[in-house]
Design a protein around this ligand. Structure first.
Ligand SMILES: Nc1ncnc2c1ncn2[C@@H]1O[C@H](COP(=O)(O)OP(=O)(O)OP(=O)(O)O)[C@@H](O)[C@H]1O
Ligand SMILES: [Mg+2]
Length: 359
């Protein structure tokens, strides 16, 4: 086990500042997930922690030791990549043994470890095969096994499941979670997948343009996003955003560009008269209601049997998504009234993007 600290960590490639000073503390045994749009710096940050990438400025600390100048091989970390990165000419057994042979582990000990790990990951029947004769899921298990045999202090995963089909991802997700439980190691896991992030993480770090936007438990981020970006990024389908202006003589009323007025809560918020605010409502919290204060033109209806989605827009073109349990009788082309309970609403200052929830 190991804790990891990032202190004002920066990375530049010439004039391009791709990591802009990140502070982050990951505790012993924590499962931390990095999420963020493509190109925001997730892989770069992971590689800086691993030692595969130099640190331009700041410090990476593992168990209170600054490791900036310690080579990757000596940091006690193991990384698993999206591409598996197995040696194609070696058998599974050789792929698993190679790292240990390199550091002079006695042969008998290597055999014991390979046997243990391959049994744990259910690849013990495949030890004499080459990677080309394995399925994607089996290859990924070998890649994970190769990391596990080294008994690293920390596991670093860079989108390890993104090449697998949906069903295998669910299986492997369970296996990685079980591995974390069994070994108790600190793990950092990069993913684009909302479900992986929400279900596997103890803590999620949301990155954007090389900066950390918010760090917290999955439901903390979902329920109390610090700004519009996190609110829009965490949760699928995405939160609806509706812009308006707080009425001059009533902070509990928001007037939209469409002229419609919506009652909004003031309890726990700190909006002021005349302020431009963005109302956030999750698709599951917005529902068709005869007395709803918003008029929505439904353009697309998706019926999945146990749940349904309505996609449409308000009169000013603002896109709206509604997610309901069960089946719907609404059809494309209909105009419907929709509304949400006040307690489910989020409010953000439109200009700064910051949440208006008084902490
Ligand atoms: N060697 C390099 N020289 C210049 N820029 C680079 C270099 N390597 C990466 N970058 C830039 O750094 C930024 C962060 O890249 P990174 O691979 O960390 O993103 P990411 O969040 O992992 O994206 P993805 O989700 O697509 O994997 C990108 O804008 C990328 O173009
Ligand atoms: Mg990446």
């Amino acid at each position: 086990m190991a804790s990891i600290g990032l202190k004002k960590v920066k990375k530049s490639y010439g004039a391009a500042h791709v990591i802009k000073g990140i502070d982050l503390d990951i505790s012993h045994g924590e499962f931390c997930v990095f999420v963020g749009p493509s190109g925001c710096g997730k892989s770069t940050l992971l590689r800086m922690i691993s030692g595969l990438e130099d640190i331009t400025d700041g410090e990476v600390v593992i168990d209170s030791e600054v490791v900036n100048d310690i080579p990757a091989a000596d940091r006690g970390l193991a990384m698993v990549f999206q591409s598996y990165a197995l040696y194609p000419h070696m058998t599974v057994r050789q792929n698993l043994s190679f790292g240990l042979e390199n550091i002079g582990t006695p042969k008998a000990e290597i055999e014991t470890k390979v046997a243990e790990v391959s049994a744990m990951l259910q690849i013990d029947q495949l030890l004499d095969r080459k990677p080309k004769d394995l399925s994607g899921g089996q290859r990924q298990r070998v890649a994970i096994g190769r990391a596990v045999v080294r008994e690293p202090r920390v596991f670093l995963f860079d989108e390890p499941l993104s090449n697998l089909d949906a069903e295998l991802r669910v299986d492997m997700r369970g296996e990685i979670a079980a591995l974390h439980k069994r070994l108790g190691n600190t793990m950092i896991y990069v993913t684009h997948d909302q479900v992986e992030a929400m279900t596997m993480a103890d803590k999620i770090a949301v990155l954007r343009l090389g900066a950390l936007e918010q760090f917290g438990a999955p439901l903390e981020l979902f329920n109390n996003p610090i700004n519009l970006f996190v609110a829009g990024f965490i949760g699928s389908p995405k939160m609806n955003f509706i812009e308006g202006t707080i009425d001059d003589n009533n902070v509990n009323s928001l007037t939209l560009a469409t002229g419609e007025a919506i009652a909004i809560p003031s309890d726990g918020f700190n909006q002021v008269s005349g302020q431009k605010v963005t109302l956030g409502i999750r698709p599951k919290d917005l529902q068709p209601k005869p007395d709803g204060s918003l008029q929505m033109e439904v353009r697309t209806v998706e019926q999945l049997g146990t749940e349904s989605y309505l996609y449409g827009r308000l009169a000013d073109g603002t896109g709206i998504t509604i997610h309901s349990a069960g089946q719907t009788t609404v059809e494309p082309g209909e105009m419907i009234s929709v509304g949400a309970a006040e307690k489910t609403m989020h409010l953000f200052d439109t200009e700064s993007g910051l949440t208006l929830r008084a902490q």
